[in-house]
Ligand binder design. Structure first.
Ligand code: KG4
Ligand code: ZN
Length: 335
């Protein structure tokens, strides 16, 4: 087995992360430094604050990753960074650092698509997961159902027509005064509430493979206006249940329609406890093999970027040093 050692940097949003992964799936270090505390008082990520914090944190996080892996520069065979999608200033910090290290250490540089990274979280744990796979990618900026017949061959089966799932969690949490980031706050609070307390609508539940979360978010707001005394825990649990219902139902529908062998999850929302358990249950009931990645590989982390980089390097070779950052980069699709 190829035991090439990739050091990857992830700075697309508000986590500064460096990982070292051998052979595409053996994680030797995965250090994540969250900037949550810096952004919390603003109620969301402030791009300029994020870039500056990445600059300040990156060197320390890099050293910590090398120490954790008990490695030095001479042990690294390639350096990777997320080059999009994400915040341009934040991306540039990681991309510039990775290119500088590639020159200094005389190793290839690999630019990685952040969403392909989320997709590879699964293959860190189960490189051999049975194909074809239907992947539900749910993050702060994306909600996608992707069909994967083999690595690199992605077909988009469905996506959101308005808000991303994570965005809906964040907006509802903000409205309920639960702070930032909203997804983890709703996840936590839901454990104290009743999922069947309020029957919020399930956007596009019976209709195809696309998603719509904006109406679900609005219905929470309208409900609170009419029933101001409702407990936040019941609102959170009921809203979460509605979102999970739609995500799970559409994944199983997509897997059934495409005769997939397995289903898996990726992206920050995949850290949601209710989604994880309902997803695994539904997959088992539908007869699909299933992988729900470790929570640490769902939210932004560089280990998934290293896994994607190792594969991309083997397929496409190194990325040129004249390649920049692309804030609106799309997942490469086959049709
Ligand atoms: O993948 P990610 O870390 O960053 C992006 O690429 O966007 O995803 C961040 C999103 C945020 O919207 C956050 O609220 C959501 O993932 N999230 C969660 C949970 N943890 C993070 N949503 C629901 N439940 C969680 N436990
Ligand atoms: Zn992400």
């Amino acid at each position: 087995m190829n035991q090439q050692v990739v050091l990857a940097i992830e700075t697309s949003c508000d986590e500064t992360s460096v990982a070292i992964v051998a052979g595409g799936s053996r994680v030797l270090a995965n250090v994540v430094s969250s900037q949550v505390d810096l952004h919390a008082r603003f109620g969301g990520v402030v791009p300029e604050v994020a870039s500056r914090a990445h600059l300040e944190l990156l060197e320390v996080v890099l050293q910590e990753a090398l120490d954790e892996a008990e490695m030095t520069a001479v042990d690294i065979d390639a350096v990777a960074a997320t080059h999009g999608p994400g915040l341009i200033g934040a991306l540039l910090v990681g991309v510039s650092a990775a290119k500088a290290l590639s020159v200094a250490w005389r190793v290839p540089y690999v630019g990685v698509n952040h969403m392909e990274g989320h997709l590879f979280a699964t293959f860190l744990e189960r490189p051999d997961l049975a194909r074809p796979v239907v992947v539900l990618l749910v993050s702060g900026g994306h909600t996608m159902l992707v069909h994967l017949s083999e690595l690199g061959r992605y077909r988009l089966l469905g996506s959101t027509t308005d808000d991303a799932a994570g965005e809906a969690f964040d907006k509802v949490a903000r409205y309920l005064g639960l702070g930032y980031p909203g997804g983890p706050a709703i996840d936590r609070l839901s454990q104290e509430g009743r999922a069947d307390a309020i029957a919020f609508p399930r956007g596009l539940l019976d209709d195809g493979l696309d998603f719509s979360f904006s109406g679900m978010k609005t219905s929470v707001i309208n409900y609170v206006r009419k029933h101001p005394d409702t407990a936040n825990a019941d609102l959170a649990a009921s809203f979460q249940e509605a979102v999970v219902d739609v995500l799970v139902a559409k994944t199983i529908r997509a897997a059934t329609m495409t005769k997939a062998a397995s289903v898996c999850l990726g992206g920050g929302v995949a850290a949601n406890r209710r989604l994880r358990s309902r997803f695994a249950e539904a997959a088992a009931a539908g007869g699909f093999d299933c992988l729900v990645p470790d929570r640490a590989y769902c939210t932004d982390n560089a280990a998934m970027i290293a896994a994607a980089a190792a594969w991309r390097l083997s397929q496409d070779g190194p990325t040129g040093l004249d390649d920049g950052a692309a804030p609106n980069l799309k997942l490469p699709l086959i049709d």
